[in-house]
Ligand binder design. Sequence first.
Ligand SMILES: NC(=O)c1ccc[n+]([C@@H]2O[C@H](COP(=O)([O-])OP(=O)(O)OC[C@H]3O[C@@H](n4cnc5c(N)ncnc54)[C@H](OP(=O)(O)O)[C@@H]3O)[C@@H](O)[C@H]2O)c1
Length: 356
Amino acid sequence: MDFLIAKDDLHNRRFAEQDAPELEPGQARLRVERFGLSANNITYAMFGEAMSYWKFFPAEDGWGRMPVWGFAEVAESGAGQLEPGTRVYGYLPPSSELVVQPARIDARGFLDASAHRAGLPAAYNGYARVETDPIYEAETEELQMLLRPLFFTSFLIDDFLEDASLLGARTAVLSSASSKTASGLAFLLSRRDGVEVVGLTSARRKDFTESLGVYDRVVTYGEIESLADTPAVYVDMAGDAQVRSEVHTHYGDALMHSAVVGATHHDRMGAVPDSLPGPPPTFFFAPDRVAKRTTEWGREGFETRIAAAWRPYVQWCEGWLEVVRDEGPSALERAYLDLLDGKIDPAKAHVLSLPA
Ligand SMILES: NC(=O)c1ccc[n+]([C@@H]2O[C@H](COP(=O)([O-])OP(=O)(O)OC[C@H]3O[C@@H](n4cnc5c(N)ncnc54)[C@H](OP(=O)(O)O)[C@@H]3O)[C@@H](O)[C@H]2O)c1
């Protein structure tokens, strides 16, 4: 079973059932066990065409399978070193199963070398065996599905800002401060000396965002003018043109960097005007940072650092994040539509599954 979304109208969705295809030589069949869902997945669908997210898991013409992160089990394998029963973490379709072409199989996992995934970022093509994955712990599987890809980005942005000495600023301003990617970054920044972390959020999410305890100050989108105008960097998870314009106008030349990370406010995006004060918004391209740090630290050094940062972060999240477990097509459809329409309680997040 596949959850399909019309590429030209993200509200138009349906489920499709088909017989499992026969495996070609060297292929393996993954049974998708469970996966997490958050605004990040909606962004994958929003930018499905522009950033090739639809290409990972092709579907029939005009329809897409929105990528999700979760766990899968090898149900059938024509790939020598990949035994049936192996469990992996990785990028999956919202489907019951996924056929992959495993390559570079080793003790850590494998890459899906299917032709349609060639040329797509390698970070999305890898599947990690749970038994050797430095982040894996059986008791935090749900949080791994929900938070791991988000925290990975939070970690990389925190590292980028530290590496650049906060570009000479002392304040980091984060939009969609209630989102998990932003609060993960705030969690990391709050542990650094001399950084003031300011969260921008909607009025109805202000109390929640303050209750997280990782922002020095939380202001609503309507209160940007109340901020000091000492040097700051802007990390934009909302992608909201009006908010961006107000932040840039408020700080002007005191804005030292403007990083584009997300687009939770996908219905309020807009082109960047030439007249925007401050530095041009720059897309934060995570793979570039991964390449830099794996060269400098080595792959193992990189993974060890992330795993060390991950553990306290997960402990902190256990204190406030409520995991909503659900299964079946209608639960998935409901959770997806609520996210798409911004009907989000940021203190909760869904872990879902489809029938085998
Ligand atoms: N570039 C990268 O590598 C990368 C990696 C990870 C995540 N991201 C991006 O970071 C963003 C946050 O993702 P997440 O999964 O952490 O989000 P999340 O936890 O699901 O965030 C939920 C928050 O997003 C805002 N929001 C979501 N949908 C909305 C809507 N339709 N209308 C208005 N506000 C809405 C609300 O925050 P407020 O009320 O506070 O605005 C809401 O509390 C996403 O855009 C994601 O794609 C990017």
